[in-house]
Design a protein around this ligand. Sequence first.
Ligand code: ATP
Ligand code: MG
Length: 252
Amino acid sequence: MIVSIASQKGGVGKTSTAISLAAGIARKGKKVLLIDMDSQANSSKVLVPDYSKLDKDQTVYRTIMDRKPLVILRTKIPNLDIVASHILISETDVTLTTALDHREARLKNELDKIKHNYDFIFLDNPPALGWLTINSFTASDSALIVVSPGYFELDSVVQISKTISNVQEFFNSNLKLLGLLFTMSDSTINTQTSLQVLRQTYTDKVLKTIIPKNVDLKDAHMQKQDIFAFNPNANAAKAYNTLIEEVFLPNA
Ligand code: ATP
Ligand code: MG
């Protein structure tokens, strides 16, 4: 199962969700691969030991820019591998805009060769709907859209839904919307209103599990740990575990 975690809005919790789902499922004994498609490389910095020593040819850059096989790295977490990102993939949108090959499928072409080695593959995406996210959607079975409280986030769901429809129409008719995940939730009126509007608008597409606002996530990632290693009793750890059981491993 290949899942793109996406939203064109920045800072909504995509990377935290990608790391927590990948690490949480790997810790339950499944083989998991996380692919970092964001030039900020935030998941790579948390999960790749000695990330700063990586050359661009040891990252997804080489697959997207040079159409070479994916370079898979081990993480400290058992059963979890990663394809790291590189700051220079920020240039790819310009390159891909003028490319004449099937530019939407550069990731898919290589991922198809190795996907059988994994039970789950998660793709962490940049906060934009350019060619990198389109490569992710083209390579994926489904998309998990991350939404955090606030009017503009809700507005952005409309835009990303259009991108998903376009990808379905032109590049990957198998792509499904896995659901909308509400993150950084708290008990303020604004947050509860956002959640209510989201549920009224998208009804059954909004996942039951809500990820609470929890500073442990930031602290864990600052220490290059996933939330389950940092504090398995943190509210975010419990919520991501519930999400894993709701969506990915219902009988675990
Ligand atoms: P970007 O669009 O820049 O890639 P993102 O959508 O990947 O951002 P994250 O990096 O996961 O978002 O989160 C943004 C910031 O919010 C980070 O500092 C992270 O530690 C923090 N954060 C993420 N989820 C939560 C949460 N549930 N509670 C509190 N803080 C959170
Ligand atoms: Mg991110």
